[in-house]
Design a protein around this ligand. Sequence first.
Ligand SMILES: [Zn+2]
Length: 160
Amino acid sequence: MKISIDKLRNENPLNVFFKEEIHGIDAIKPVTGNLALTLNSTGVRVKGIISTILKLTCVRCLNTYFFPIRVTINENLIFNLVTDNAKDRELLKNDFVENIPIDNQIDLSDIIYQSVILTSPTQNICASDCQGITPGSNSKDRFDPRLAKLKNLIPKNQDQ
Ligand SMILES: [Zn+2]
């Protein structure tokens, strides 16, 4: 979803209901949320809360599980200024500041994509008590969940 600066000039602040399946995010439902866009002299602030349910793979048991997330969006987009001013350049380096593209379109999908990626867990574990690896630091006590799955693939022999 893109919002033009012209639209913001007509309605400021602009409240947007966002609902979109975002490419690159493995989710089982569209990302939804209410966003408020406020135009000011330096740029546009985007604030709101979005949510979705991510589809993740547990690194312990390799099962797929679902992970609901709520992400607070608070981005400050500044007008794309060509500047030699050192202070402005310092501001541009700030992680929370992004330039508004030359076409004057605010790409909400991209802002939300980046926020979701930053919020996603770095190590995916389906549950704190996931039994993928048995407790104990001794390597003999551990089993590889992938091997356990392979074991199930071996046909039962005549013993049974
Ligand atoms: Zn697990």
